[in-house]
Design a protein. Sequence first.
Length: 334
Amino acid sequence: MPRRLHFVAALAWLASAFCQAQDFPNKPFHLLVPYPAGGPTDAISRLLAERMKDGLGQAVIVENRPGGGTLLAAEAAVRAAPDGYTWLYTSAQMIIAAELNPPAFDIYKDLAPIAQFSKVYPLMWVVHESVPAKNVAQLSAYAKAKPGGITMAYSGYSAPAYLFGQLLNRTGGLPVTLVGYKGQVESQNDMLAGRIDAMFLTLAPVADAVKAGKLRVLATMGDERSPQTPEIPTLAEAGLPDVAFPYWNGLHTVGGTPRAVIARLDQAVAAAIAAPRMAERMRALSFQPSYADAASFGVQFKRDAERLRKVLDESGVLEQARRDAGIKGSGKAP
């Protein structure tokens, strides 16, 4: 094609994108959530959707697409049109899932960051009241004396609980038998019933059970103590390994979406988390409002991917997860 025609085609594309952005939005949005309905992630997604609707003037339809360690929802997102009307709830778990079992798409190229909207309070390591341990040292002694060690719930091979459990087993610090669940609601019910010994979760869904003494918090996952339970040590402070899992949550859309459209969505996220009482409602669900624009969120996303892959490769946990999941091959760094 002659250079002049290339130039004309480029101008036409820019004009089309500009008109699309000017007319945006003019129909409902779809927010794909890679977790089951009923849990805290579902709740925060619906809260965000409600506020985004207020700012954009269009309905936001929340669709739960659990499975594949978050990759089923991601696959549905990348198949959508790059027009900004399809969003994907994202967390660092998608990074792990893509490293564990590389999908047919590229999460770094086929998805485009919109913004980060929150950080989750550090996950709590909780045991049932029947477990005779009030701290990690006592739990370690109990686990070593119990055949098979303690039982601990996890939801997917890319989940922090699974990765932490494998680290414990590989380092010999505390024997664990991992028990898989489809989602937190199911595992939480079994935890409250005493069918499993331990699990990781945010405090909000079990705060009443903790206050009543039915569950006991022994440690938190993360670099710092949680402001919700400042008296509880981190895993590192308790002498155990930590996967240093990032706790941000954000929104992505389809790669190739016009920048002007992404900028409009980015602004809507910022306005949503700044809305009256939004911070209060988010904290009640154990989410801390934390905004980062599209560019900053994209940099953080790739930086965390590189760091997580290095930690998991060096520890051998990623390869163990592949064996457990029956997966061959390895992931690729972004």
